[in-house]
Design a protein around this ligand. Structure first.
Ligand code: NCD
Length: 306
């Protein structure tokens, strides 16, 4: 596998590079569980620069760096940086790259992370660009699926609920289309249906999909249920979505070996009572995210080749 430079899009990955990456992730999973980590990022510094709120993505990148012996400059509140004085994103990147070995960047504008990477002389990892993509989340969603379901081909995956604005839905759908015979079911209110860009992409990849507002029939068929909240910050108005809440009363409909994923935060799209069901894998999913981000940081900072 060629060393990864910037991580900006799911487009950068092929089935083969994903399989290679997941071999590294599995080794890291073992390492963390046996020893907590190692020193392969000793004397390396990572900046986490978040222009949008984050709990999991920022904390897991920080923990990932520290578990590999590196240190972090964590900027979670850009109101306290020169951004508040009017400094451009590009100049902030040019500044941080003087001090660190890699920048993890989240920004509310689609394309902003790519633009930042164009002025950077060090690797930039996208932690999400607005309603665009969230490639590292998709990598951890895929790794979770592999670990929990045991395969990445021949899957029926049901997606809900705000398919129009969710960057994690887009990125995970793109990743699934790199594997064989996956069928995607998009479950949403009419106003929040999956975008034409995603449908065009899936058709090009020969990945089959259907759109429905019948959540119960989708839940019955799915091997993976991928539920994400309504992205209220990305549009004005209110779309009633009560009909798309997964409740404990739905659990009997699910296949016995199905898994429920959610990139989180969970607002009200999954009842908290569902958490007790072993098929609810969203808390385990976060842990897999730590391993995936450790493997990615090792790869981009140490320029690993195979
Ligand atoms: C997601 C995101 O930021 O897009 N969260 C995350 O990174 N785990 C999902 C969301 O905010 O709904």
């Amino acid at each position: 596998m060629k060393p990864l430079t910037h991580i900006l899009s799911t487009e950068q990955f092929t089935r083969t590079t994903l399989e290679q990456l997941f071999t590294d992730v599995a080794a890291i999973e073992k390492l963390v569980n046996e020893k907590g980590g190692d020193d392969r990022l000793k004397h390396k510094v990572v900046a986490t620069l978040f222009y949008e709120p984050s709990t999991r993505t920022s904390s897991s990148f920080i923990a990932a760096t520290q578990r590999l012996g590196g240190t972090v400059i964590a900027i979670n509140d850009t109101k306290t940086t020169s951004h508040a004085k009017g400094e451009s994103l590009q100049d902030t990147i040019r500044t941080l790259e003087q001090y660190v070995d890699c920048i993890v960047l989240r920004h509310p504008e689609i394309g902003a992370v790519r633009q930042a990477s164009e002025v950077a002389n060090i690797p930039v990892i996208s932690a999400g660009d607005g309603g665009g993509e969230h490639p590292t989340q998709a990598l951890l969603d895929l790794y979770t699926t592999k670990r929990e379901v045991g395969r990445l081909d021949n899957l029926t995956v049901a997606f809900g609920t705000d398919l129009l604005h969710s960057r994690t839905v887009r990125s995970f759908a793109y990743m699934l289309s790199k594997f064989k015979n996956n069928h995607l079911i998009f479950v949403s209110p009419k106003e929040l249906q999956i975008g034409e860009d995603v449908k065009t992409y899936l058709k090009k990849q020969n990945t089959t999909f259907e759109e429905t507002d019948d959540m119960e029939s989708a839940l019955k068929k799915a091997d993976v249920i991928y539920w994400n909240r309504i992205q209220k910050e990305r549009f004005t108005g209110n779309v009633p979505a009560q009909k798309f809440v997964i409740k404990t009363t739905h659990l009997d409909l699910l296949k016995p070996d199905a898994v429920i994923l959610n990139p989180l935060p969970r607002i009200d799209e999954i009842e908290t009572g569902v958490d007790r069901d072993l098929r609810a894998a969203y808390f385990r999913q976060m842990r897999y995210g730590l391993y995936v981000r450790m493997a990615l940081l090792d790869n981009v900072i140490n320029r690993r080749t195979k």
